[in-house]
Design a protein around this ligand. Structure first.
Ligand SMILES: Nc1ncnc2c1ncn2[C@@H]1O[C@H](COP(=O)(O)OP(=O)(O)OP(=O)(O)O)[C@@H](O)[C@H]1O
Ligand SMILES: *[C@@H]1O[C@H](CO)[C@@H](O)[C@H](O)[C@H]1NC(C)=O
Ligand SMILES: *[C@@H]1O[C@H](CO)[C@@H](O)[C@H](O)[C@H]1NC(C)=O
Ligand SMILES: [Mg+2]
Length: 518
């Protein structure tokens, strides 16, 4: 706060102005702490039923939507409660409207008091769902926007003022190199936390420094595009992916995607640094990320059997990761929507807490709805054939439509869910039923490294999908999972579930203490 100290020789009234501004800041801070009731979309998904804090100038909401319920095979009204962040004001508007899938949704907002949304009960008027509320709505809009406008104006004035003061009092410091410096005792999480304001990872210079200081310990796996090593930085374990020189495009793309603002999420592999050194044929391209000892979901499922709890935890956390990827966040520091295009159990890692995180963004595509712009990067590679959706195999997919890319991800995710659920032991009445052995999807109908034609024949021509074992029908949890899975790998992309829908369905089975669910 040294920047705010008045410079010598200024009038005493300046002190008064600063004090006033500080007072206003404090008052404003207090007004920010609005607590909302949340259910269904709580920020912390171990806490299904709790509270969240609304962001500055924002609201609590209560929403109702008609959704298809895979458990009962019927349409029903579903309520969600939570906090609107300023980013979400563009995404979720406080009004009634039709969703992309032509389903009526009604969102009411409030900010009068803590938990004011708990008893706010918007309804869906089914006869004329597209009529937007008027009159009252306008009034309340004015009531809300006037004070907000005032606060915003104050904020702008203050920002300009502080900027000006800062510049005046620290002209000299501007000559120092900008950015973060690695302190002698900093850990990786310290550094990442310090730079989290930027939303897009560590400054490039810091990344290079870290990359140079890493010792490679041992190789942990080899993929199509590179090799992954366990490395150490100041005693901390990190994963180092070394790309084959022929595959610069994957490194470029993956690095680009990881530097995307707001990508950080507990179910997305944590990015630390990227570096490229050397020239010509000796180029070395590195990508440094968090290390997860349990390896990929594919590795993990080989010799682990699951119970309902661990099965739901793996599935739910993966759906949270995909949902975060797929979702566009609006606002100045927004996040583009991202389609992965290579979802498979080898590209999902298992963390020590039993949750998954999504890795491998070499093929990802970004989309910003405002300018309707699809960014494919420069990578001409295609995904893994075994996991390709039917519309990719028969080449009917509309590659310029972002929705289609998300739906293709959901098909692959359906296959991954099938791999997970097979490993879950179950019971029926008083009988305990053993888990199925691990298998790759389509293990019984295609060779180990299937060709495009093999997959096309099975998936498109014969319309085959992996078998749902009989034992799944004897148990409520597995039966629901099988419905979700079948809706994910539906031949018609438009009929597939979205990641958000899978997430909401799996929430219902999620308990935080590991006790039996059914
Ligand atoms: N961050 C990580 N922590 C621990 N192990 C990892 C990490 N990233 C990758 N691995 C291991 O290294 C293996 C190789 O990963 P890589 O992404 O190079 O190839 P792949 O996913 O197996 O195949 P593909 O090249 O088709 O994506 C993975 O299967 C996994 O076992
Ligand atoms: C959340 O809490 C409310 C009351 O506090 C209760 O009626 C509801 O069933 C709870 N929901 C879940 C999923 O626990
Ligand atoms: C939304 O809910 C409010 C509050 O119950 C109701 O007055 C309004 O008619 C609803 N709008 C629609 C289109 O369903
Ligand atoms: Mg991979």
């Amino acid at each position: 706060m040294a920047a705010m100290a008045p410079s010598p020789g200024r009038g005493a009234h300046k002190h008064g102005v600063i004090a006033l501004i500080l007072c206003l800041l404090v008052l404003q801070r207090e007004a920010w702490g609005l607590l909302c009731y949340c259910e269904g979309l709580c920020p912390d998904h171990n806490n299904f039923n709790g509270t969240c804090e609304a962001k500055p100038n924002s609201f609590c909401f209560s929403a109702v939507e008609t959704v298809y319920d895979v458990e009962t095979d019927q349409w029903k009204e579903e309520r969600t409660y939570g906090c609107l962040g300023p980013d979400e004001l563009g995404l979720m508007q406080c009004r009634a409207y039709l969703t992309k899938h032509q389903r009526p949704k009604n969102i009411s907002c409030c900010n009068e008091s803590d938990r004011c949304n708990e008893h706010l009960l918007p309804q869906i008027i089914h006869h004329k769902p597209s009529v937007a509320p008027q009159g009252n709505f306008l009034e309340s809009l004015l009531l809300v926007t006037l004070p907000l406008g005032f606060v915003a104006l104050l904020a702008v004035i203050m920002t300009v003022w502080f900027r000006y003061r800062q510049r005046e009092s620290s002209m000299l410091e501007y000559n120092k190199p900008l950015g973060l410096v690695i302190g002698p005792n900093d850990t990786l999480s310290d550094l990442i936390e310090q730079s989290s304001g930027s939303g897009s990872g560590l400054p490039l210079l810091v990344q290079r420094t870290i990359a140079k200081q890493i010792q490679l310990v041992q190789s942990v796996g080899k993929g199509r595009y590179g090799e992954v090593w366990l490395g150490r930085w100041r005693g901390e374990k990190v994963a180092v992916k070394i790309f084959f020189t022929t595959d610069e495009a994957s490194w470029v793309r993956e690095t680009e995607i990881y530097q995307t603002v707001l990508l950080r999420h507990e179910n997305i592999l944590g990015f630390i640094a990227a570096d490229i050194k050397g020239t010509g044929s000796l180029t070395q391209m590195l990508l440094i990320t968090d290390y997860h000892q349990l390896g990929s979901l594919y590795d993990y499922l080989q010799n682990t059997t699951l119970n309902y709890f661990s099965m739901i935890r793996l599935s739910l956390s993966t759906s949270c990761g995909i949902s975060h990827l797929h979702t566009e966040i609006f606002g100045t520091k927004g996040k583009p929507a991202i389609a992965h295009r290579d979802i498979k159990s080898k590209n999902i890692l298992v963390k020590r807490n039993g949750e998954c995180c999504i890795a491998d963004f070499g093929l990802a595509v970004k989309y910003v709805s405002e300018n309707n712009e699809l960014d494919f990067g420069n990578n001409r590679k295609v995904g893994t054939r075994r996991y390709m959706a039917p519309e990719v195999l028969n080449e009917t997919i509309n590659m310029s439509c972002f929705e289609s890319l998300k739906m293709a991800d959901m098909y692959s995710f359906g296959l991954v869910l099938w791999e997970i659920v097979r490993r879950c032991a179950s019971e029926s009445g008083d009988r305990y039923l053993l888990a199925d052995e691990y298998q790759l999807p389509y293990f019984d109908c295609v060779p180990p490294d299937p060709s495009f034609e093999d997959m096309h024949e099975v998936v498109c021509v014969r319309g085959v999908r992996p078998d749902i074992p009989l034992r799944w029908h004897y148990n409520e949890v597995l039966k629901t999972m099988s419905k979700v899975i079948q809706e994910c790998w539906h031949a018609n992309p438009a009929a597939r579930l979205t990641a958000l829908r899978v997430k909401k369905t799996l929430y219902k089975f999620h308990v935080s203490d590991g006790t039996k669910i059914v």
